[in-house]
Design a protein around this ligand. Structure first.
Ligand SMILES: [Zn+2]
Length: 291
């Protein structure tokens, strides 16, 4: 199961392959161009967070992890090896849909081991200027996001979702990343979007979209939900909790993850019995079926 493309930020060509992994592995990236050097998709390896979330271990970079990690959470995959031969994941169409389709083609296998969840016991709220992110106790995993973006097509948008019953695939997976023509030159000069094109992001003009149609009228806030789910995957476990974000970004998403992990009074690890009826997904650990 593989795909090829370019990194959004680096423009670097890359091949990516997803392989099955035993229960307890988590998500682990392997740089096959560097003797298969392994970088686990966990909070302690978070490196640099501005326009994308990147992991680094002993100087080895894995950049722009959020869309693939989001697809893993959305499809319920707990364990996988991801091989890549360059420093950044491919941007593909700018959404998580191609990754979800790859995972579905490979098939999803239920593993014998019950999934371990991170159940939120006490609220954690982070403020930064007018930005906000928090997580609250809940029996399921749900996400709520608000943005206020100064553009005639966007403005205030809000989206809430419970990760159950295929909601992720229907409502979130296809939402693409976006950027504006006005910021483009500055971003290019800074070397931040060497791989950007009209095929891999929604391009905003002063008062519209250069490459219509949008996939959803509120595609922008849906993409923020996609990114948030991908960054929260760095907890290394699925959450039972309600995450609320207002104008946050990758830096605040990953700050929430590291603050949570540091304070063990805020959560507990738990498994969920098969007969538990508040979850509509299997409480078993999951992996892809074939490579
Ligand atoms: Zn994104």
């Amino acid at each position: 199961m593989e795909c090829a493309g370019v990194g959004l930020h680096s423009g670097a060509p890359v091949h990516l392959r997803i392989l099955p992994a035993p229960a307890g592995t988590g998500i682990v990236f392997h740089r096959v161009d560097l003797d298969g050097f392994a970088v686990e998709a966990v909070s302690r390896n978070v490196a640099r967070v501005s326009y994308a979330t990147s992991l680094m271990k002993k100087g080895v970079l894995i950049s722009t992890t959020e869309h693939l990690l989001s697809a893993f959470t959305g499809t319920g995959i707990d364990n996988a090896i991801v091989e890549l031969d360059n420093l950044e994941l491919p941007i593909l169409d700018g959404s998580a849909r191609p990754f979800v389709e790859l995972i579905q083609q490979a098939g999803i296998r239920k593993q014998r081991r019950p999934r371990t969840y991170l159940r939120i016991r006490h609220a954690l709220e982070l403020h930064e200027g007018n930005k906000f992110i928090a997580v609250y106790p809940a029996e399921t995993y749900s996400v709520s996001y608000a943005i206020d973006f100064p553009h005639p097509l966007i403005g205030k948008e809000m989206f809430s979702l419970e990760l159950a019953n295929g909601n992720y695939f229907r409502e979130i997976a296809s939402a693409r990343t976006f950027g504006s023509r006005q910021d483009e030159q500055k971003m290019r000069d800074m070397g931040l979007i060497r791989g950007a094109s009209r095929d891999n992001c929604v391009v905003l003009t002063k008062d519209g979209v250069e490459n219509p149609p949008l996939r959803f009228a509120d595609e922008f806030v849906r993409h923020k939900v996609l990114d948030l789910i991908g960054d929260l995957a760095l907890l290394g476990k699925q959450i039972l909790g309600n995450v609320v974000a207002d104008r946050a970004g990758h830096a605040m998403h990953t700050a929430l993850v590291s603050r949570l992990l540091r304070d063990r009074t805020l959560w507990e690890e738990t498994t969920v019995e098969d007969q538990h009826d508040t979850l509509s997904q299997s409480p078993h650990s999951m992996a892809v079926q074939t490579a």
